[in-house]
Structure formats: C-alpha cells, structure tokens
Design a protein around this ligand. Structure first.
Ligand code: ZN
Length: 260
C-alpha cells in the first residue's frame, strides 16, 4: 500500500535558456528521479545541493533538451531510464518502456502514464494521482501547448483532453517558461476573457521578479488557456468559427500561434 505520509519531494530549477529541470525524491526509499535531462551540469548541481543521489530518469519525449543528457547521467550514476514505448528507439539508454495506462512505481509514488502524441509522436506524461501532481513535458504549457512537430491537431487535441479529465487542483509542471508570450497570444484570441486579463497581469508581476510561473493548476488552465478552450464563444467569435467542431477551432488556434 502506498504510504501517504511519505510526501513526494519536488525540486524545480532553471536549465538552458527557458527549460525547467525537476528532481523528484522519495525519502523513505531514498530514490531520486530527474524528469528529463535538459542540462547535465544543472541537474548535477541540483542533486548536490539537495544531497540526493540520482536513481531514475523519467523521460517525456526524445527532443535533445529533454533526453540529451540521458547517457552522460547514466554513465555516472547507473540510473534507470524510463521513457515512452512509442518512441523507445529515440530515447538514449532506455531501460523501461511505458505507455498509455501503465503505472510506474517510484517508491510510494505511482506515476500513471498517458500517451500524448502531437508535439512528438511518442510523447508521454506522468500523472502522480495520489500526490496530485503531473509532469507534462512539452504537451501543455501555461496558457499554451506544444508545437505540432510530429503529430496533427486531432492527435494533440485528444492528448490534451486526457489531461482535462484530471482534477482541477492538479499541480501541473510544464517543461518551459513560455508563459508571457503565451499570455500575449491568448489575449489576441480571447480579448474578453476576464480571468485571462487578470492572470496576465499577475504573470507579468511574477516574471518581473524573476520567479517561475510553474507549476500551474488544471483549473486555472481551463479558464485561461485558449488551447483547452475551443468551446469558448469569445475564441470562436475571434476566429469567425461559430459552428465549427472543437478540434477545428483548436487546429486554427494552433496555426495562429505558430505565426504569432
Ligand atoms: Zn520538445
């Protein structure tokens, strides 16, 4: 039985120009995972600072700023690498392949895995249901979503809908700090969204202090993220797509953001 008193310790730190690194620690079993491997040096510094020893890498997708440090860290620590089954050939050093419906046991903490293709064809997200936290890589961002490099809008919309089923108070850790640009775009498509206007002001204040806007919550994203809101009448009015399907509105929003 999972021990609920054994809280999942999360340490977040900036990497590269706009990535975030995440260390997850299970005290009882003395396990430490890094979610993705954007920057080996930054991850090693964070491990030293916390006095934790790396035991796992949890990869979300194959991009170099997510899996590029896998082999260097594995060589130094002999850690176990968990990653998407659908993209195993492109995850360096992968040991354990996971996909939709799998549950990865990280000590007392159970990571429920979903396939979320769209940004890449083999992207996965990790939802720690009992801890109410999720690591979504480049699928969902604060007021944004990942670019469609290897998938289409139908796939990405389906992937985002899986996330939308989680509880509203789920704390969501996105892999990049793209929030201010995303907010500026969101305001162009939903200019009347009062929650969005309010949040943009808050986000600008947070960034002015150099602080992260992550984690977000699903509830907040549902109110302010245009990529989770194809049903919004304000958005549909801007796009002149009053009777289109949700996925058509989503696809158009994504196209506009690509050109923004
Ligand atoms: Zn990516």
């Amino acid at each position: 039985m999972p021990d609920n008193s054994n809280q999942l310790d999360i340490h977040m730190f900036p990497c590269l120009s706009d990535n975030y690194g995440f260390l997850l620690h299970d005290k009882k079993y003395n396990l430490t995972a890094t979610v993705d491997t954007p920057d080996v040096r930054a991850i090693e510094n964070a491990l030293a600072e916390k006095n934790w020893t790396l035991t796992h890498i949890l990869n979300t997708h194959h991009h170099w700023d997510h899996a590029g440090g896998n082999l260097a860290l594995k060589r130094k620590t002999d850690c176990m690498i968990v990653g998407p089954r659908a993209d195993a050939a492109r995850i360096p050093g992968i040991d354990i392949q996971v996909g939709e419906g799998d549950v990865f046991e990280f000590g007392d903490h159970l990571a429920h895995v979903h396939d979320t293709p769209g940004h890449t064809r083999g992207h996965i997200v990790y939802h720690f249901i009992n801890d109410n936290v999720a690591f979504v890589g480049d699928t969902l961002f604060v007021m944004g979503c990942g670019r469609l490099f290897e998938g289409n809008a139908e796939q990405m919309w389906e992937s985002l809908q899986k996330i939308m089923h989680w509880p509203d108070d789920t704390r969501i850790y996105c892999a990049h700090e793209y929030t201010q640009t995303n907010a500026r775009f969101a305001l162009t498509v939903e200019p009347q969204n009062q929650e969005l206007i309010k949040r943009t002001t808050q986000v600008n204040q947070i960034r002015a202090k150099g602080l992260p806007t992550i984690p977000t919550t699903l509830g907040l994203e549902k109110k302010t993220n245009p990529f989770l809101r194809p049903m919004s009448t304000d958005l549909r009015k801007t796009l002149n797509m009053k009777s289109a399907s949700d996925v058509e509105v989503f696809a158009k929003t994504r196209q506009l953001k690509d050109k923004f």
